[in-house]
Write a protein that binds this ligand. Structure first.
Ligand code: ADP
Ligand code: ADP
Ligand code: MG
Length: 459
């Protein structure tokens, strides 16, 4: 078994990993930036090391400093969480070179999956449906125009190294192509230090459905069902649920099988997610990407499966065989997650900072809150705006929805603006209640939802 794990992250996911380690009697080393001295993960870990200044490039992304810290504190493994270095193949390799177990798939797999253009090719070879698009990367706007003409507009120009919804531009006609291409390239350079772009046909009104998988170091791969993450703003998820109520048993099985196949095609190890787009009209689904890490929304799968995914990651990294087989996975009930971000939806979702003067989290039967907040905690501008994940679990979808409404009524975060009122409004929308939201739902209804939620905020 692992003895000491360095947690190369911050915020709620650092806490999540530390908690799982504690339950398995594994010691933890937290890293923190100068801005995070008072952060909860620093307190929760067995030991904590200040790794650099606030700027992520100098702290949470500082590979050498993190590896040195792990070695100096006697760690045998590194858990990267999500974001930051979690999908950085070079970092995974560097860990291995220094005798540290990287808790995730190996560098080679991350590389194969991390270039999205390349991953599409691998999936085509494995017989998994992908959206019509370019075969690999596209060198320039002129080439893109040729391919787009064949595909038919609208198309998406996507950063091959992309993540978090960034580096994606929609393009409706040839006239728009040059500027859209330039914009996508600029964002890809700025966010991912990469020039590589590729093209996909835009799937109209799709659902975002993703499948959770677990794989050990011995070639055993299972899936733990799917999540519906269709409620998105600017390609970023806001509310997720499991299972996806819109799927037939047949499609669900096909998607699960395709996810396992996809994982095997890249030699997957650890926990991962295979993302698909699902067209509810034609009932076709298409591979979109593999996220080679624990995902923000992993908790809702834990609620319906009873499997602790982070513990499974730790056991797999310890070199143990998966004890679970596909037949052991019995999904039960319904779970929903609302991401509570420190941002002001009324002002174009601009991130909000400040001190949390008073905090109350919802509780009671069927509720889970993962957060790094406490009364007195300060939200600073340097990092991601995710402040809390509120999850509910109940036997049926409607009960889980009702529970979430109650949970958000109870939630009190004073001192910073959040998107909680907006989430609350969504929970009453008839399209949401029918379970038929596609990724177009939030953009199409945002103005109306914001109008109502503004009134809520005044109450
Ligand atoms: P998930 O499906 O797990 O939500 P996301 O793509 O939204 O995946 O990313 C998870 C988290 O990591 C988000 O908080 C996002 O802001 C952050 N993130 C994603 N990609 C990057 C990146 N390249 N650099 C820094 N943070 C990232
Ligand atoms: P990221 O790595 O940033 O998460 P994804 O490739 O997973 O990027 O796409 C993010 C979101 O963008 C998806 O969840 C979906 O809403 C939308 N999207 C991506 N590709 C397509 C497509 N071909 N057609 C329609 N929507 C898409
Ligand atoms: Mg994605």
């Amino acid at each position: 078994m692992l003895k000491r794990v360095l947690v190369a992250n911050r915020g709620e996911i650092a806490l999540r990993v530390i908690r799982a380690c504690r339950e398995l009697n594994i010691e933890t080393v937290a890293i923190y930036s100068e801005a995070d001295e008072d952060a909860l993960h620093v307190n929760f870990a067995t030991e904590a090391v200040c790794i650099g200044p606030a700027k992520a490039a100098l702290s949470y992304l500082n590979q050498d400093a993190i590896i040195t810290a792990a070695l100096l504190t006697g760690c045998d493994a590194v858990h990267p969480g999500y974001g930051f270095l979690s999908e950085n193949a070079d970092f995974a390799d560097k860990c291995a070179e220094n005798g540290l177990i990287f808790i995730g798939p190996d560098g080679e797999t991350i590389r194969k999956a991390g270039s999205k253009a390349e991953a599409r090719r691998t999936m085509v070879k494995a017989g998994i449906p992908v959206t019509p698009g370019s075969d690999g990367a596209v060198a320039n706007a002129a080439k893109a125009a040729e391919i787009a003409k064949e595909l038919g507009y609208p198309v998406l120009i996507k950063a091959s190294a992309g993540g978090g919804g960034r580096g994606i531009r929609r393009c409706d006609s040839e006239e728009e192509l040059e500027s859209a291409f330039a914009e996508a390239r600029a964002e890809s350079r700025a966010c991912f230090d990469s020039d590589e772009l590729y093209l996909e046909k835009l799937v109209l009104d799709p659902k975002h459905i993703e499948v959770q998988i677990l794989a050990d170091n011995f070639g055993n791969v299972i899936h733990l069902g799917e999540r519906d993450c269709s409620i998105q703003r600017r390609n970023q998820k806001l509310i997720e649920e499991a299972p996806a109520s819109a799927l037939s048993a047949e499609i669900r099985k096909k998607m699960g099988d395709a996810a396992v196949k996809a994982a095997k095609a890249v030699g997957y190890k650890s926990a991962g997610t295979i993302e698909f787009l699902y067209d509810p009209v034609s009932m076709d689904f298409y591979f979109m990407e593999i996220n080679t890490r624990i995902q923000v929304e992993h908790g809702i799968t834990e609620l319906i499966s009873g499997v602790d995914l982070v513990k499974q990651q730790l056991l797999i990294a310890s070199g143990l065989k998966l004890k679970l087989t596909q037949e052991d996975i019995h999904l039960k009930g319904h779970a929903i997650e609302c991401r509570i971000n420190a941002e002001d939806p009324q002002f174009d979702f601009r991130p909000d900072c400040g001190k949390v003067n008073f905090l109350h989290f919802p509780g009671g039967n069927g509720i889970r809150v993962d957060s790094m907040l406490y009364t007195g905690a300060e939200i600073k501008p340097y990092y991601d705006s995710l402040a809390a994940k509120v999850m509910t679990y109940a036997p049926t979808r409607l009960e889980a929805v009702r529970k979430m409404r109650r949970a958000l009524e109870e939630l009190t975060i004073e001192g910073i603006k959040t998107n909680a009122e907006l989430a609350y409004e969504i929970l009453y929308h008839p399209v949401f209640l029918r379970g038929t939201c596609t990724t177009a739902f939030l953009p199409e209804n945002l103005d109306e939802l914001l109008e109502f939620s503004a009134k809520l905020g005044e109450e």
